[in-house]
Design a protein. Structure first.
Length: 396
Protein backbone atom coordinates (compact mmCIF):
# COMPACT_ATOMS: atom_id res chain seq x y z
CA UNK A 1 0.00 0.00 0.00
CA UNK A 2 1.48 3.43 -0.93
CA UNK A 3 2.17 5.87 1.88
CA UNK A 4 -0.62 8.17 0.65
CA UNK A 5 -3.15 5.34 0.38
CA UNK A 6 -2.24 4.35 3.90
CA UNK A 7 -2.56 7.93 5.23
CA UNK A 8 -6.02 8.34 3.69
CA UNK A 9 -7.13 5.02 5.16
CA UNK A 10 -5.88 6.05 8.60
CA UNK A 11 -7.78 9.33 8.35
CA UNK A 12 -10.99 7.53 7.34
CA UNK A 13 -10.64 5.24 10.36
CA UNK A 14 -9.97 8.06 12.85
CA UNK A 15 -10.75 11.81 12.37
CA UNK A 16 -13.43 11.09 9.75
CA UNK A 17 -15.28 8.83 12.20
CA UNK A 18 -14.90 11.31 15.06
CA UNK A 19 -16.19 14.26 12.99
CA UNK A 20 -19.19 12.33 11.68
CA UNK A 21 -20.04 11.06 15.16
CA UNK A 22 -19.91 14.56 16.64
CA UNK A 23 -22.13 15.86 13.85
CA UNK A 24 -24.63 13.03 14.30
CA UNK A 25 -24.90 13.77 18.01
CA UNK A 26 -25.58 17.45 17.26
CA UNK A 27 -28.28 16.65 14.68
CA UNK A 28 -29.86 14.02 16.92
CA UNK A 29 -30.21 16.51 19.78
CA UNK A 30 -32.19 18.91 17.57
CA UNK A 31 -35.93 19.26 17.69
CA UNK A 32 -36.09 18.33 14.01
CA UNK A 33 -33.56 15.53 13.67
CA UNK A 34 -33.90 15.47 9.90
CA UNK A 35 -32.64 19.05 9.58
CA UNK A 36 -28.85 19.19 9.24
CA UNK A 37 -28.58 22.76 7.94
CA UNK A 38 -26.92 25.48 10.04
CA UNK A 39 -25.56 23.00 12.54
CA UNK A 40 -21.94 21.95 13.19
CA UNK A 41 -20.64 24.10 10.33
CA UNK A 42 -17.07 24.12 11.67
CA UNK A 43 -17.00 20.33 11.90
CA UNK A 44 -18.38 19.99 8.36
CA UNK A 45 -15.71 22.32 6.99
CA UNK A 46 -12.95 20.40 8.79
CA UNK A 47 -14.24 17.12 7.39
CA UNK A 48 -14.40 18.51 3.86
CA UNK A 49 -10.95 20.14 4.00
CA UNK A 50 -9.03 17.35 5.73
CA UNK A 51 -10.41 14.78 3.29
CA UNK A 52 -9.63 17.06 0.35
CA UNK A 53 -5.92 17.11 1.23
CA UNK A 54 -5.75 13.29 1.03
CA UNK A 55 -7.79 13.19 -2.18
CA UNK A 56 -5.61 15.76 -3.96
CA UNK A 57 -2.45 13.95 -2.94
CA UNK A 58 -3.78 10.59 -4.20
CA UNK A 59 -5.03 12.13 -7.44
CA UNK A 60 -1.58 13.60 -8.08
CA UNK A 61 0.05 10.22 -7.41
CA UNK A 62 -2.17 8.58 -10.04
CA UNK A 63 -2.84 4.87 -10.29
CA UNK A 64 0.16 3.28 -8.65
CA UNK A 65 -0.62 -0.18 -10.02
CA UNK A 66 -0.49 -1.43 -6.44
CA UNK A 67 -3.10 -4.06 -7.22
CA UNK A 68 -6.78 -4.71 -6.62
CA UNK A 69 -6.79 -4.51 -2.83
CA UNK A 70 -5.19 -1.08 -2.80
CA UNK A 71 -7.43 0.36 -5.55
CA UNK A 72 -10.50 -1.17 -3.95
CA UNK A 73 -9.60 0.40 -0.62
CA UNK A 74 -9.13 3.85 -2.20
CA UNK A 75 -12.48 3.54 -4.00
CA UNK A 76 -14.19 2.71 -0.70
CA UNK A 77 -12.49 5.55 1.15
CA UNK A 78 -13.13 8.26 -1.43
CA UNK A 79 -16.70 6.92 -1.69
CA UNK A 80 -17.22 7.12 2.05
CA UNK A 81 -15.85 10.67 1.99
CA UNK A 82 -18.32 11.66 -0.76
CA UNK A 83 -21.13 9.78 1.02
CA UNK A 84 -20.46 11.81 4.17
CA UNK A 85 -20.37 15.12 2.23
CA UNK A 86 -23.75 14.16 0.82
CA UNK A 87 -25.06 13.21 4.23
CA UNK A 88 -24.06 16.60 5.68
CA UNK A 89 -25.67 18.40 2.70
CA UNK A 90 -22.36 19.78 1.41
CA UNK A 91 -23.52 18.35 -1.89
CA UNK A 92 -26.99 17.33 -3.03
CA UNK A 93 -27.67 15.85 -6.48
CA UNK A 94 -31.12 17.46 -6.57
CA UNK A 95 -29.70 20.98 -6.67
CA UNK A 96 -26.53 20.37 -8.74
CA UNK A 97 -25.76 19.24 -12.28
CA UNK A 98 -22.35 17.98 -11.33
CA UNK A 99 -20.50 17.21 -8.16
CA UNK A 100 -18.83 20.26 -6.60
CA UNK A 101 -16.05 17.88 -5.50
CA UNK A 102 -14.09 17.68 -8.72
CA UNK A 103 -10.92 16.04 -7.39
CA UNK A 104 -12.77 13.41 -5.36
CA UNK A 105 -14.94 12.66 -8.42
CA UNK A 106 -11.88 12.29 -10.65
CA UNK A 107 -10.19 9.97 -8.18
CA UNK A 108 -13.32 7.83 -7.80
CA UNK A 109 -13.86 7.69 -11.59
CA UNK A 110 -10.24 6.77 -12.24
CA UNK A 111 -10.11 3.98 -9.65
CA UNK A 112 -13.67 2.75 -10.31
CA UNK A 113 -13.05 2.44 -14.05
CA UNK A 114 -9.75 0.66 -13.52
CA UNK A 115 -11.42 -1.89 -11.23
CA UNK A 116 -14.57 -2.32 -13.34
CA UNK A 117 -16.89 -1.01 -10.63
CA UNK A 118 -19.23 1.95 -10.13
CA UNK A 119 -17.19 4.97 -8.91
CA UNK A 120 -18.67 5.00 -5.41
CA UNK A 121 -18.41 3.02 -2.18
CA UNK A 122 -20.43 -0.15 -2.23
CA UNK A 123 -21.76 -2.55 0.35
CA UNK A 124 -18.73 -4.80 0.01
CA UNK A 125 -16.49 -1.99 1.29
CA UNK A 126 -18.42 -1.99 4.54
CA UNK A 127 -19.15 -5.70 4.78
CA UNK A 128 -17.26 -8.68 3.42
CA UNK A 129 -14.15 -6.69 2.43
CA UNK A 130 -14.21 -4.36 5.40
CA UNK A 131 -10.85 -5.24 6.88
CA UNK A 132 -10.68 -4.81 10.65
CA UNK A 133 -7.58 -3.20 12.15
CA UNK A 134 -6.98 -4.19 15.76
CA UNK A 135 -10.58 -5.28 16.11
CA UNK A 136 -12.15 -2.19 14.53
CA UNK A 137 -13.84 -2.31 11.12
CA UNK A 138 -14.47 0.75 8.95
CA UNK A 139 -17.60 2.78 9.56
CA UNK A 140 -18.91 6.32 9.18
CA UNK A 141 -19.42 6.88 12.88
CA UNK A 142 -18.65 5.08 16.10
CA UNK A 143 -22.33 4.90 17.07
CA UNK A 144 -23.21 1.48 18.49
CA UNK A 145 -26.21 1.28 16.14
CA UNK A 146 -24.02 1.68 13.09
CA UNK A 147 -21.71 -1.11 14.29
CA UNK A 148 -24.72 -3.32 14.96
CA UNK A 149 -26.12 -2.62 11.49
CA UNK A 150 -22.81 -3.23 9.70
CA UNK A 151 -22.03 -6.40 11.64
CA UNK A 152 -25.44 -8.06 11.29
CA UNK A 153 -25.54 -7.14 7.61
CA UNK A 154 -22.13 -8.70 7.11
CA UNK A 155 -23.10 -11.84 9.02
CA UNK A 156 -26.22 -12.11 6.85
CA UNK A 157 -24.23 -11.67 3.65
CA UNK A 158 -21.62 -14.24 4.71
CA UNK A 159 -24.37 -16.79 5.35
CA UNK A 160 -26.18 -16.03 2.08
CA UNK A 161 -22.87 -16.54 0.28
CA UNK A 162 -22.57 -19.91 2.07
CA UNK A 163 -26.06 -20.87 0.91
CA UNK A 164 -25.21 -19.84 -2.66
CA UNK A 165 -22.00 -21.90 -2.57
CA UNK A 166 -23.91 -24.93 -1.35
CA UNK A 167 -26.60 -24.66 -4.05
CA UNK A 168 -23.92 -24.22 -6.74
CA UNK A 169 -22.45 -27.56 -5.66
CA UNK A 170 -25.78 -29.23 -6.47
CA UNK A 171 -25.53 -27.94 -10.06
CA UNK A 172 -22.29 -29.90 -10.42
CA UNK A 173 -23.56 -33.00 -8.63
CA UNK A 174 -26.83 -33.04 -10.56
CA UNK A 175 -30.14 -32.70 -8.75
CA UNK A 176 -30.70 -36.48 -8.83
CA UNK A 177 -27.46 -37.22 -6.97
CA UNK A 178 -27.75 -39.32 -3.80
CA UNK A 179 -25.47 -36.88 -1.94
CA UNK A 180 -27.38 -33.62 -2.38
CA UNK A 181 -28.47 -33.95 1.25
CA UNK A 182 -25.14 -32.39 2.30
CA UNK A 183 -25.39 -29.14 0.27
CA UNK A 184 -29.16 -28.85 0.86
CA UNK A 185 -28.55 -29.12 4.60
CA UNK A 186 -25.75 -26.52 4.41
CA UNK A 187 -28.04 -24.12 2.53
CA UNK A 188 -30.85 -24.67 5.04
CA UNK A 189 -28.56 -24.06 7.99
CA UNK A 190 -27.15 -20.88 6.43
CA UNK A 191 -30.63 -19.45 5.71
CA UNK A 192 -31.77 -20.20 9.27
CA UNK A 193 -28.76 -18.27 10.57
CA UNK A 194 -29.61 -15.22 8.41
CA UNK A 195 -33.10 -15.26 9.90
CA UNK A 196 -31.58 -15.28 13.37
CA UNK A 197 -29.37 -12.25 12.58
CA UNK A 198 -32.35 -10.42 11.10
CA UNK A 199 -34.37 -11.09 14.26
CA UNK A 200 -31.54 -9.74 16.38
CA UNK A 201 -31.34 -6.61 14.24
CA UNK A 202 -35.11 -6.22 14.49
CA UNK A 203 -34.99 -6.39 18.28
CA UNK A 204 -31.80 -4.47 19.04
CA UNK A 205 -31.44 -1.71 16.43
CA UNK A 206 -32.78 1.66 17.58
CA UNK A 207 -35.31 2.84 14.98
CA UNK A 208 -34.53 6.55 15.25
CA UNK A 209 -30.76 6.18 15.44
CA UNK A 210 -30.80 3.98 12.34
CA UNK A 211 -33.18 6.23 10.46
CA UNK A 212 -31.63 9.58 11.35
CA UNK A 213 -27.94 8.77 11.95
CA UNK A 214 -26.99 5.67 9.95
CA UNK A 215 -29.09 5.37 6.83
CA UNK A 216 -28.44 8.93 5.52
CA UNK A 217 -24.86 7.91 4.65
CA UNK A 218 -26.31 5.54 2.06
CA UNK A 219 -28.00 8.23 -0.03
CA UNK A 220 -27.32 8.62 -3.77
CA UNK A 221 -24.73 11.22 -4.77
CA UNK A 222 -23.09 12.56 -7.90
CA UNK A 223 -19.65 11.57 -9.08
CA UNK A 224 -18.74 14.00 -11.84
CA UNK A 225 -21.97 14.56 -13.74
CA UNK A 226 -23.71 11.32 -13.02
CA UNK A 227 -25.77 10.43 -9.97
CA UNK A 228 -25.10 6.99 -8.47
CA UNK A 229 -27.63 5.22 -6.33
CA UNK A 230 -26.79 4.36 -2.73
CA UNK A 231 -25.28 1.13 -1.49
CA UNK A 232 -27.62 -1.53 -0.13
CA UNK A 233 -27.12 -4.88 1.55
CA UNK A 234 -28.17 -6.61 -1.66
CA UNK A 235 -25.08 -5.63 -3.63
CA UNK A 236 -23.42 -9.02 -3.66
CA UNK A 237 -24.01 -11.86 -6.07
CA UNK A 238 -24.99 -14.55 -3.52
CA UNK A 239 -28.59 -13.40 -3.12
CA UNK A 240 -29.16 -13.51 -6.89
CA UNK A 241 -27.33 -16.81 -7.24
CA UNK A 242 -29.85 -18.27 -4.78
CA UNK A 243 -32.76 -16.69 -6.71
CA UNK A 244 -31.51 -18.14 -9.99
CA UNK A 245 -30.41 -21.56 -8.74
CA UNK A 246 -33.68 -22.16 -6.91
CA UNK A 247 -35.43 -20.91 -10.06
CA UNK A 248 -37.66 -18.46 -8.16
CA UNK A 249 -36.36 -15.60 -10.32
CA UNK A 250 -35.30 -15.96 -13.93
CA UNK A 251 -32.61 -14.08 -15.82
CA UNK A 252 -34.90 -13.89 -18.88
CA UNK A 253 -37.68 -12.18 -16.90
CA UNK A 254 -37.42 -8.52 -18.04
CA UNK A 255 -38.01 -7.14 -14.54
CA UNK A 256 -35.40 -9.33 -12.91
CA UNK A 257 -32.89 -9.04 -15.79
CA UNK A 258 -33.00 -5.26 -15.45
CA UNK A 259 -32.29 -5.55 -11.75
CA UNK A 260 -29.25 -7.76 -12.45
CA UNK A 261 -27.88 -5.36 -15.07
CA UNK A 262 -28.40 -2.38 -12.75
CA UNK A 263 -26.53 -3.93 -9.84
CA UNK A 264 -23.65 -5.50 -11.77
CA UNK A 265 -21.20 -2.60 -11.32
CA UNK A 266 -22.03 -2.25 -7.64
CA UNK A 267 -20.43 -5.63 -7.03
CA UNK A 268 -16.72 -6.50 -7.01
CA UNK A 269 -15.46 -8.18 -10.20
CA UNK A 270 -15.30 -11.63 -8.57
CA UNK A 271 -19.03 -11.40 -7.75
CA UNK A 272 -19.81 -10.13 -11.25
CA UNK A 273 -18.09 -13.23 -12.69
CA UNK A 274 -19.98 -15.59 -10.33
CA UNK A 275 -23.29 -14.04 -11.28
CA UNK A 276 -22.55 -14.31 -15.00
CA UNK A 277 -21.65 -17.95 -14.64
CA UNK A 278 -24.74 -18.63 -12.56
CA UNK A 279 -26.92 -17.25 -15.36
CA UNK A 280 -25.72 -20.10 -17.61
CA UNK A 281 -27.05 -22.87 -15.33
CA UNK A 282 -30.48 -24.49 -15.49
CA UNK A 283 -32.29 -23.89 -12.22
CA UNK A 284 -32.90 -26.74 -9.77
CA UNK A 285 -36.64 -26.19 -10.16
CA UNK A 286 -36.51 -26.58 -13.92
CA UNK A 287 -34.33 -29.68 -13.55
CA UNK A 288 -36.74 -31.26 -11.09
CA UNK A 289 -39.77 -30.42 -13.24
CA UNK A 290 -38.15 -31.99 -16.29
CA UNK A 291 -37.46 -35.19 -14.30
CA UNK A 292 -40.91 -35.28 -12.70
CA UNK A 293 -42.96 -37.06 -15.41
CA UNK A 294 -40.62 -40.06 -15.62
CA UNK A 295 -39.14 -40.30 -12.12
CA UNK A 296 -41.53 -38.76 -9.63
CA UNK A 297 -41.99 -42.11 -7.84
CA UNK A 298 -38.30 -42.78 -7.44
CA UNK A 299 -36.94 -42.56 -3.93
CA UNK A 300 -34.18 -40.12 -4.98
CA UNK A 301 -36.70 -37.82 -6.63
CA UNK A 302 -38.93 -37.77 -3.56
CA UNK A 303 -36.02 -37.09 -1.21
CA UNK A 304 -34.31 -34.42 -3.29
CA UNK A 305 -37.51 -32.63 -4.28
CA UNK A 306 -38.55 -32.51 -0.60
CA UNK A 307 -35.16 -31.04 0.36
CA UNK A 308 -35.42 -28.51 -2.45
CA UNK A 309 -38.92 -27.46 -1.32
CA UNK A 310 -37.71 -27.03 2.25
CA UNK A 311 -34.90 -24.67 1.17
CA UNK A 312 -37.29 -22.75 -1.08
CA UNK A 313 -39.76 -22.32 1.76
CA UNK A 314 -37.06 -20.98 4.06
CA UNK A 315 -35.79 -18.57 1.43
CA UNK A 316 -39.33 -17.23 0.95
CA UNK A 317 -39.73 -16.78 4.72
CA UNK A 318 -36.43 -14.91 4.81
CA UNK A 319 -37.54 -12.56 2.03
CA UNK A 320 -40.80 -11.91 3.86
CA UNK A 321 -38.88 -11.21 7.09
CA UNK A 322 -36.65 -8.63 5.34
CA UNK A 323 -39.62 -6.83 3.87
CA UNK A 324 -42.35 -7.23 6.48
CA UNK A 325 -40.11 -6.74 9.51
CA UNK A 326 -36.91 -4.82 8.69
CA UNK A 327 -38.10 -2.54 5.88
CA UNK A 328 -41.41 -1.86 7.64
CA UNK A 329 -39.97 -1.12 11.07
CA UNK A 330 -36.84 0.80 10.10
CA UNK A 331 -37.92 2.67 6.95
CA UNK A 332 -41.63 2.64 6.25
CA UNK A 333 -42.81 3.45 9.78
CA UNK A 334 -40.39 6.32 10.55
CA UNK A 335 -40.86 7.73 7.01
CA UNK A 336 -44.60 7.91 7.63
CA UNK A 337 -43.89 10.44 10.39
CA UNK A 338 -41.89 12.73 8.08
CA UNK A 339 -43.21 15.38 5.76
CA UNK A 340 -42.20 17.29 2.63
CA UNK A 341 -38.50 17.93 2.14
CA UNK A 342 -37.49 15.70 5.02
CA UNK A 343 -39.04 12.78 3.21
CA UNK A 344 -37.03 13.37 0.06
CA UNK A 345 -34.23 11.02 -0.76
CA UNK A 346 -34.52 8.79 2.25
CA UNK A 347 -34.02 5.63 0.26
CA UNK A 348 -30.59 4.41 -0.69
CA UNK A 349 -31.51 3.60 -4.26
CA UNK A 350 -33.12 6.93 -4.99
CA UNK A 351 -36.69 6.33 -6.22
CA UNK A 352 -39.57 7.71 -4.14
CA UNK A 353 -40.42 5.48 -1.19
CA UNK A 354 -43.70 4.02 -2.56
CA UNK A 355 -41.89 3.04 -5.78
CA UNK A 356 -39.04 1.44 -3.85
CA UNK A 357 -41.48 -0.45 -1.61
CA UNK A 358 -43.40 -1.77 -4.61
CA UNK A 359 -40.22 -3.07 -6.22
CA UNK A 360 -39.12 -4.73 -2.96
CA UNK A 361 -42.59 -6.29 -2.70
CA UNK A 362 -42.18 -7.82 -6.16
CA UNK A 363 -38.89 -9.40 -5.08
CA UNK A 364 -40.48 -10.71 -1.89
CA UNK A 365 -43.37 -12.24 -3.83
CA UNK A 366 -41.10 -13.82 -6.44
CA UNK A 367 -39.10 -15.42 -3.62
CA UNK A 368 -42.29 -16.54 -1.89
CA UNK A 369 -43.57 -17.90 -5.23
CA UNK A 370 -46.73 -15.99 -4.35
CA UNK A 371 -50.00 -16.62 -6.15
CA UNK A 372 -49.70 -13.58 -8.46
CA UNK A 373 -50.09 -13.62 -12.21
CA UNK A 374 -48.80 -10.07 -12.79
CA UNK A 375 -45.15 -11.02 -12.07
CA UNK A 376 -43.11 -14.04 -13.17
CA UNK A 377 -43.97 -16.03 -10.03
CA UNK A 378 -43.26 -19.80 -10.05
CA UNK A 379 -46.35 -20.43 -7.92
CA UNK A 380 -47.91 -22.98 -10.31
CA UNK A 381 -44.61 -24.80 -10.93
CA UNK A 382 -43.87 -25.12 -7.23
CA UNK A 383 -47.43 -26.34 -6.59
CA UNK A 384 -46.92 -29.02 -9.25
CA UNK A 385 -43.69 -30.16 -7.64
CA UNK A 386 -45.20 -30.09 -4.16
CA UNK A 387 -48.12 -32.15 -5.43
CA UNK A 388 -45.69 -34.85 -6.61
CA UNK A 389 -43.92 -35.25 -3.25
CA UNK A 390 -45.42 -37.72 -0.83
CA UNK A 391 -46.14 -36.51 2.73
CA UNK A 392 -43.71 -39.02 4.18
CA UNK A 393 -40.77 -37.27 2.50
CA UNK A 394 -41.67 -33.74 3.50
CA UNK A 395 -38.96 -32.42 5.82
CA UNK A 396 -39.98 -31.58 9.38
C1 LIG B 1 -32.25 -2.41 9.39
C2 LIG B 1 -32.17 -3.42 8.58
C3 LIG B 1 -32.46 -3.34 7.10
C4 LIG B 1 -33.24 -2.47 6.41
C5 LIG B 1 -34.06 -1.31 6.96
C6 LIG B 1 -33.16 -2.83 5.03
C7 LIG B 1 -33.79 -2.16 3.99
C8 LIG B 1 -33.57 -2.37 2.67
C9 LIG B 1 -34.05 -1.53 1.60
C10 LIG B 1 -34.93 -0.32 1.76
C11 LIG B 1 -33.58 -2.06 0.45
C12 LIG B 1 -33.80 -1.51 -0.96
C13 LIG B 1 -32.61 -0.80 -1.42
C14 LIG B 1 -32.62 0.65 -1.08
O1 LIG B 1 -32.53 1.03 0.09
O2 LIG B 1 -32.73 1.45 -1.97
C15 LIG B 1 -32.84 -3.23 0.79
C16 LIG B 1 -32.24 -4.06 -0.11
C17 LIG B 1 -31.71 -5.28 0.22
N1 LIG B 1 -31.44 -5.75 1.48
FE1 LIG B 1 -31.93 -4.86 3.18
N2 LIG B 1 -32.35 -3.91 4.90
C18 LIG B 1 -31.89 -4.24 6.15
C19 LIG B 1 -31.03 -5.27 6.46
C20 LIG B 1 -30.66 -6.26 5.57
C21 LIG B 1 -29.93 -7.44 5.92
C22 LIG B 1 -29.42 -7.81 7.33
C23 LIG B 1 -29.80 -8.17 4.80
C24 LIG B 1 -29.13 -9.52 4.68
C25 LIG B 1 -27.98 -9.65 4.18
C26 LIG B 1 -30.44 -7.43 3.72
C27 LIG B 1 -30.51 -7.81 2.40
C28 LIG B 1 -30.94 -7.01 1.38
C29 LIG B 1 -30.90 -7.39 -0.01
C30 LIG B 1 -30.44 -8.73 -0.55
C31 LIG B 1 -31.37 -6.28 -0.73
C32 LIG B 1 -31.46 -6.10 -2.27
C33 LIG B 1 -32.81 -6.34 -2.76
C34 LIG B 1 -33.06 -7.80 -2.78
O3 LIG B 1 -32.41 -8.49 -3.57
O4 LIG B 1 -33.90 -8.24 -1.98
N3 LIG B 1 -30.95 -6.27 4.23
N4 LIG B 1 -32.84 -3.40 2.14
Amino acid sequence: MSRRVDAFDRWIRTSFVELNTELENLYFARENRADVQGCGERLKTTLRDEGHIHVVSLLAEGNTGDGFESGFGVLGNVGMYLGALRRHELTNPAREHKSPFTEASSLALHVGASLGMAPRFSTTHLSTRNRAVAGVRKSFTSLPDEFLFIDENTRGILCLQRAADALTRIVHLGVSSPVTDVPFRAARQALLEVMEFNSRLFQQLDVDRFFYSVRPYYKPYRVGRQEYRGANAGDFSGINEIDLLLGLCRANDPYYAQLLVDKMLFMPPADQARLRECMTHTSLLDELLSLLPEHSHADWFQRNAAEYLEVCGLFGRLAAQHHDCLVKRFIEAPAARLQGEDLDAITASGPPLPVLLRSLEILRDLRLAADRDDIGSRHADLARLRGAVSESYVCG
